[in-house]
Design a protein around this ligand. Structure first.
Ligand SMILES: Nc1ncnc2c1ncn2[C@@H]1O[C@H](COP(=O)(O)OP(=O)(O)OP(=O)(O)O)[C@@H](O)[C@H]1O
Length: 460
């Protein structure tokens, strides 16, 4: 009926004018500015009035005439009411705001529950010769989950973008269909959860574990190489894989090697991994390294001289995480400059100074506290700055102590220097952190797992 009313509105006004003998000027002043807004309670036609000042007069003088005219022209028996334009706009604005907030909240919670980093998307992923096939396959899976490559197996060396691509797929799917049940986990988390379930820790049972992992639409499992060789985890993963694959749910796996080269991978899992498509990511070439640095510069809002970008891209070749870390380090050093009064200019000399521990004259990259810091921060979804900060919450203190432990174990650097690099801390604090982790390692299998993984990431 609303459409008919809108269509017949000029006819209704014409009828009213003739029937009640209304003057041209009155029609122009009072009736032509009105618009049909809605039908409420099935029989109340609401009309929009441009100005609140007209409301009283219109109601009194014209509502009956309008109701009769509508009835005569369209056959719709109704009453007429009015609403002021500003009021509608405000209401609409509020409604839109509500929808937007709601969407934002939904997506943030969904992202968190799915274990996703919203920054890792296809938009922020630089495509080069080293990763173009992996990128194309990932996009295809994101567009048609469960339909083409299942599983999608992405492999390549440390810090080359496997995790970034996996999150991009998941973020893309969620954006298109926010109701998709997605779960991103590292194989470490999968293993540790399974251990908890087997031990029934906090009443979390293996039944719940299975229900959780077998009822999702898209499972992304990162760094699968870390569950290989762990019998019970491999067994559980095998059943999870089968349940999901049988139900045509998408599985995406990452690893440092292709399935055929993972020696301790059970044959039945290997053959399943090969059902889908395996794609690799190689080390980026010079142009891609330049493009990644430029992208990072743009995303972080830096403004860095081309010479400096070239210097980093020329000297850091194999790991994109280190490439990014180098850029961050240079920016940090420039901010420390000039007694804090203003930032030091970022030039080649400053870059060389900032990266002197990372880039040795022979071009070989060594294990430094900075690298350890970067890897630990990445692993726990923190920024290096948070680890260096004075914050005392558990989520930051523990990774900080792990970084202390790894610096002690993987470098020959004295405690004082480790303390300096890790946020200017006293050597007794460092010692306390190392002792805490050493003690926990004696009876904490999950921590042992985490340390093993971090060591492999720092020194593949
Ligand atoms: N092609 C790319 N474009 C932009 N950034 C990239 C690209 N590849 C990797 N990165 C960035 O490099 C960092 C390391 O990447 P990522 O964590 O995805 O590596 P990975 O292969 O999963 O490493 P690991 O083996 O340690 O799990 C991330 O910050 C990521 O955003």
């Amino acid at each position: 009926m609303l459409e008919t009313l809108k269509e017949k509105w000029p006819e209704i006004i014409h009828f009213l004018k003739n029937e009640y003998d209304i003057s041209e000027v009155s029609v122009e002043t009072w009736l032509l500015p009105l618009e049909i807004y809605s039908i409420e309670d099935e029989s109340v036609v609401k009309l929009i009035v441009p100005d609140a000042n007209f409301l009283g007069y219109l109601k009194k003088k014209y509502s009956t005439m309008l109701a009769v005219s509508i009835g005569e022209v369209t056959g719709f028996k109704c009453k007429v009411d009015f609403v002021v334009k500003d009021q509608i706009q405000e209401e609409q604005l509020k409604a839109n705001q509500l929808i937007q907030n709601n969407q934002l909240m939904v997506s943030q919670t969904t992202l968190q529950e799915a274990g996703l980093n919203p920054k890792y998307t296809f938009d922020t992923f630089v495509v080069g010769a080293n990763n173009s096939l992996a990128h194309a396959a990932s996009l295809a899976v994101a567009e048609s989950p469960g339909e083409i490559y299942n599983p999608l197996f992405i492999y390549g060396g440390v810090g080359l973008g496997k995790t970034h691509l996996m999150h991009s797929i998941a973020n893309f799917i969620l954006k298109n269909n926010p109701n998709t049940k997605i779960m991103y986990v590292t194989s470490e988390k999968f293993t540790n959860e399974l251990i908890d379930a087997i031990r029934n820790k906090n009443n979390y049972s293996t039944t719940e574990f299975r229900e959780k992992y077998r009822s999702i639409d898209v499972l992304l499992i990162d760094d699968i190489q870390f569950i290989i060789g762990k019998e019970s985890t491999q067994e559980e993963f095998f059943h999870t894989f089968n349940a999901l694959h049988d139900a045509k749910k998408q599985i995406i796996i990452s690893s440092d090697k292709p399935p055929r080269e993972i020696e301790t991978l059970e044959e039945r899992l290997r053959s399943r991994f090969e059902w889908g498509l395996s794609v690799d990511i190689q080390s980026p070439d010079y142009e891609t390294r330049m493009a990644i640095l430029r992208k990072k510069e743009e995303l972080e809002g830096y403004n860095i001289d081309n010479e400096v970008i070239k210097y980093i891209a020329t000297n850091i070749k194999s790991n994109i995480r280190e490439l990014e870390g180098a850029l961050t380090k240079i920016v940090a050093l420039s901010k420390l400059g000039n007694n804090g009064s203003s930032n030091k200019e970022i030039n080649l000399a400053l870059a060389e100074e900032a990266l002197k521990d990372i880039i040795s004259p022979d071009g070989v990259q060594s294990i430094t506290p900075e690298l350890i810091l970067q890897v630990v921060a990445d692993h726990f979804d923190l920024t290096p700055q948070e680890i260096l900060s004075q914050k005392r919450n558990k989520e930051i203190v523990y990774p900080r102590q792990i970084a202390m432990y790894l610096c002690r174990n993987m470098t020959a650097i004295p405690l004082q220097v480790i303390g300096k690099v890790l946020g200017g801390r006293d050597h007794t604090t460092i010692l306390h952190g190392i002792e805490k982790i050493t003690k926990d390692l004696q009876n904490n299998q999950s921590l042992q797992n985490t340390i093993d993984i971090l060591k492999k990431k720092i020194h593949p």
